[in-house]
Design a protein around this ligand. Structure first.
Ligand code: ADP
Ligand code: ZN
Length: 819
């Protein structure tokens, strides 16, 4: 009998695999450790040990098992709670444990082997009779002895170099092997210090004497000495830059043996380091009461999540910080989850100031190396508090005392691609329940699911319905563009009402936000002669005009075309733009207000790492008068001088073909309205529309609860969430006939399982994406269906389909609780 370990591999395979443990590691392997194992054809992966079993439980002969190749951790990196959580995520979201493991760890912590190629030793390659490609590769190897897959595909300019490489190996020209590479590379910084010899006074003054005709070296040495006297070293790059000298001065002093260089590993996350006494905030009466209500619910039952419904500007952040503080005071860690675009420096600063300590930040803009560093710090408890986006839920906390999910309704908590298609808010709720951690969900416009749960008593509900400073919410006015146009009260994109309000706000030196949820100049073009709309060649989607970049672009796959104004269908030069994008709005603002600064904040202007933050800083410093943007401007921002918010055209928000369209429109419009009048000055919101009678637009002026109660019966009658749970089964294939035929076959397999609860198959909203056709089934999981049974039946059905399918190239993707 021998101890065997079951390992989760970071791959989309259904089951875990068993491995033998080499003698020297027996007894030191526990569940939740990272190990290196062989899988498939000679490739090495990082796996996670799941459990230990005895060899007599095996169904295959022991000799067939492979051995563990390496042990990466001394103790578990995930405790049993986390391992169970991963199992639950895999079950609930219908994916594999391997996919969850893959998502849960930064790439840098999962070393894998990669193919490497070397020339055979002592090969006299220049004397051989070679084909061009062989010659190219050997020549490259003579310069750089080891090449990887990517480099070889570049050299040869082909996608799959394997067949040719194998031929070359067979001819004895090269060796191909697998090598595990550590993908995490520590970052170093070079410092300068005195060598030991010259640390003594006398030698040092001799050294200075010798440098009297080399002022650059003399100044440099002076800096190094000054640092030395303070017990420090001089940073190389900064020092030579400050002195305005070249690095050859360093080389010269090193050569003379006076100074030496030293590389020190540095912290990539060194941006924080906040240290000041906490800024005391006096909660107002309403906030104080909310805090007490929350505490009461948690002390009665820690495992009951609380929904904090607080209107925009009610001061929810203070309440979150209060909870974070309580957790720290109990010696625990705390996690504060935010949507990607609200995780700004502004909010980090605010939280740090109120807490009086620095917090860890986990943002999607961080590269993998930075993620590895924060991961280690959380594990070692160097951070008590982490502010992060959805994947921060997987950080290896040792002892969490609270999880706060701000803007809990936000769609960015849901991962779309790849699996696991989890919603971090729901994972947090599950985690809280499983690990006894209080979970607070907060929002001004809660998701229907959460508010319904609160009404049903599954969640506690705490409401904060007054603004923190001035009691007034901004006034919201609807402008009927059609009517105004008839009356001649519209100039281009703007009604005179909005223009006048803008003039007044600018006149009072206040700031303005204009919201238009489409980027580019115009969402689509249309030919005035033949009605043709230019489409992406890879997707069934119209191309957006980007005037600044002078091209048409697909927002789904990135395909671009030059903007020629010539219709691809009829050849006339009569393409005309239609609809309004943010670029167009900026152009219009510039013509109306040439003496004011306007900037655009959307995906295109914020793509680099700091772009978003820079725009926010300029707006905060009032270098920008008018900020035009997509939903990026709707969320979370807190600027005291913004008194006017304009919605340029609300209509396309309302015509989205989805049962959540109204919920979503209400959320966005309420959130963007909430940016106005957040401090003493009163705010004003003007929404321009062609459909002033739409219920959502009418509701934006009303409290959330009223909107919710009016919408709820429709959800009930049509069997939509929160009364059911949805599951989307999407199929993808490049051939249209094939996908249609297979969708019918799948229908006949699914129908007996789901019956009336199955809808479809239909083409997805974007029927073709990156050259793949996409069709979908929807399942409404009503009360009559047991979720466990359904998932089991579904995965069996999919297995059956693949077993019986002649052609297995169809991809099937399940998405639970899709957006
Ligand atoms: P929310 O997140 O609910 O929209 P915030 O937490 O951003 O609201 O608060 C809105 C503004 O009101 C912020 O500028 C905040 O500093 C201020 N504020 C909230 N509560 C207080 C308080 N008790 N004392 C002083 N200022 C407050
Ligand atoms: Zn495309």
């Amino acid at each position: 009998m021998e101890q065997i370990v079951e390992v989760i591999l970071p791959l989309p395979i259904r089951s875990n695999y068993h491995y033998r443990i080499p003698e020297e590691w027996r007894g030191s392997i526990m569940p939740g450790q990272r190990v290196l194992v062989n899988f498939g054809r000679k490739k090495i992966y990082t796996g996670l040990t799941r459990k230990l079993i005895s060899s007599d439980e095996l169904t295959v002969p022991l000799e067939r098992l492979k051995w563990i190749e390496g042990l990466l951790d001394e103790g578990p990196v995930f405790n049993e709670n986390y391992l169970q959580l991963f199992d639950w995520i895999a079950f609930y979201y219908s994916c594999t444990p391997g996919e969850v493991f893959k998502a849960a760890l930064p790439v840098g912590l999962k070393p894998e082997s990669a193919m490497q190629v070397e020339m055979m030793p002592d090969l006299d390659w220049e004397a051989l009779d070679l084909e061009d490609k062989e010659y190219q590769l050997l020549e490259a190897l003579s310069i750089q002895p080891v090449l990887g897959f990517k480099e070889i595909t570049d050299i040869w300019d082909i996608v799959n170099p394997m067949p040719r490489l194998k031929t070359m190996a067979a001819r004895g020209l090269i060796m191909i092997y697998q090598q595990v590479e550590d993908r995490y590379k520590p970052k170093y910084k070079t410092y300068l210090k005195l060598t030991e010899n010259f640390q003594e006074e006398g030698r040092l003054s001799d050294a200075f004497d010798g440098l009297s005709r080399a002022p650059a070296q003399e100044n440099l040495l002076l800096k190094v000495v000054m640092a030395y006297q303070q017990g420090q070293m001089a940073p190389k790059t900064e020092t030579i830059k400050a002195l305005g000298i070249s690095s050859s001065a360093v080389g010269a002093l090193v050569k003379k043996g006076i100074i030496q260089e030293e590389d020190v590993q540095v912290d990539r996350l060194a941006l924080s380091g906040y240290d000041a006494p906490p800024q005391e905030i006096t909660l107002n009466a309403a906030q104080q009461q909310a805090v007490e209500e929350i505490d009461t619910i948690f002390s009665a039952d820690k495992r009951k999540p609380v929904l904090l419904h607080g209107i925009t500007g009610s001061g929810k952040t203070h309440i979150y910080v209060h909870l974070l503080k309580e957790a720290i005071a109990q010696g625990k860690q705390a996690l504060y989850l935010l949507p990607e675009i609200t995780l700004t420096k502004q909010i980090i600063d605010r939280v740090q100031q109120e807490l009086g300590t620095s917090v860890g930040v986990y943002h999607s803009r961080f590269n993998d190396q930075e993620r590895v560093e924060i991961w280690h710090k959380v594990r070692k408890r160097e951070y008590d508090v982490v502010i992060g986006v959805r994947s921060a839920i997987f950080l290896p906390f040792q002892d969490l005392g609270v999880i706060v999910v701000d803007e809990e309704h936000d769609y960015s908590f849901k991962q779309q691609e790849p699996a696991p298609r989890y919603n971090a808010r729901d994972v947090a709720v599950y985690m809280g329940h499983q690990m006894d951690i209080p979970v607070l969900l907060g929002s001004a416009t809660p998701s229907f699911e959460s508010f319904f749960n609160a009404q049903q008593g599954k969640y506690g509900l705490v409401q904060l319905l007054t603004r923190a400073i001035e009691a007034e919410l901004p006034s919201i006015e609807l402008v009927d563009l059609r009517m105004e146009r008839k009356k001649g009260q519209v100039e281009g994109l703007f009604s005179k009402v909005l223009l006048k309000a803008m003039e007044e706000a600018l006149g009072r030196k206040e700031q303005i936000i204009l919201f238009q949820n489409r980027r580019g100049y115009a969402p689509y073009l249309i030919c005035q002669t033949c009605g043709h709309v230019p489409q992406c060649i890879n997707c069934d989607i119209s191309l957006t005009l980007h005037k600044e970049k002078k091209h048409l672009r697909c927002h789904y796959c990135g395909y671009t075309e030059l903007n020629t104004q010539k219709c691809g269908n009829c050849g006339h030069y009569t393409l005309k733009w239609a609809g309004i994008g943010t670029e167009k709005v900026v152009e219009a603002v510039e013509t109306h207000f040439p003496n004011h600064t306007v900037e655009r904040m959307d995906w295109d202007t914020t793509r680099n790492k700091f772009g978003y933050q820079q725009i926010i800083n300029r707006f905060e410093n009032r270098q920008i008068d008018i900020l035009v943007g997509t939903q990026m401007v709707a969320k979370g921002l807190d600027f005291e001088h913004v008194t006017l918010v304009g919605v340029v055209q609300a209509d396309h928000l309302l015509s989205f073909p989805d049962f959540r369209a109204f919920e979503r429109a209400y959320q966005l419009l309420t959130q963007v309205s909430g940016r106005a009048g957040r401090s003493q000055k009163p705010g004003r919101v003007i929404i321009q529309t062609l459909m002033p009678d739409n219920v959502v637009l009418k509701s934006v002026q009303q409290p959330f609860e009223q909107f919710f109660q009016r919408e709820l019966p429709d959800r009930h009658n049509l069997h939509y969430p929160p009364f059911t749970r949805m599951m989307r089964i999407e199929i993808r294939h490049k051939d249209r006939n094939f996908i249609e035929a297979e969708s019918k076959r799948l229908d006949s397999i699914f129908r007996p399982i789901f019956g009336q609860y199955l809808l479809g198959p239909d083409y997805a909203l974007v029927a073709r994406l990156r050259n793949q056709y996409r069709m979908q089934f929807m399942v409404k999981l009503g009360k009559g269906l047991d979720p466990k049974e359904v998932r089991k039946a579904l995965s069996e059905a999919i297995e059956r389909y693949y077993e019986s399918a002649g052609d297995k190239t169809l991809r099937i993707v399940t998405d639970v609780d899709p957006f």
